[in-house]
Design a protein around this ligand. Structure first.
Ligand SMILES: [Fe+2]
Length: 130
């Protein structure tokens, strides 16, 4: 996003904290009806964008979108990285389903939480764009 007033790291931190607090509130009020794996939520929120590191490359000192990133958005490359590292399937599912691609799958409760936390910490900035 051109001239974005926040950083990727601030976004990531915000998503993790929103997701954790949302999961805790949901557990407090609906825990008997809706069990939530808080560890999966936190791990998924931390790792959801790990594939972003493959969406860009440095060419002559300038960062630009990579060919791989154009072919495979970060939910796909993120899952590939996570599986290679032995990340549990429940967390890989969150990585896979956190973005728009997740509209096509049946999200777990944990994936819904991370998806909404991610969009809460992203979409308002889209509205600031002119
Ligand atoms: Fe993402």
């Amino acid at each position: 996003m051109p001239n974005c007033p926040t950083t990727f790291l601030e976004h990531k931190r915000c998503v993790v904290h929103i997701a954790r607090k949302a999961a805790e509130s949901m557990t407090e009020f609906m825990g008997n009806a809706l069990p939530i794996d808080l560890d999966a939520v936190i791990a998924g929120a931390i790792l959801a964008d790990v594939g972003k590191l493959l969406e860009y490359e440095k060419v002559n000192g300038k960062t630009q979108p990579s060919r791989r990133g154009e072919m495979l958005r970060h939910p796909f490359t993120g899952v590939a990285l996570a599986i290679e590292c032995g990340v549990p399937d429940a967390v890989c599912h969150i990585i896979a389903a956190h973005a728009a691609e997740g509209e096509l799958v049946r999200r777990t409760t944990e994936a819904y939480i991370v998806h909404h936390a991610d969009f809460m910490a992203f979409l308002p900035f889209k509205s600031l764009e002119k």
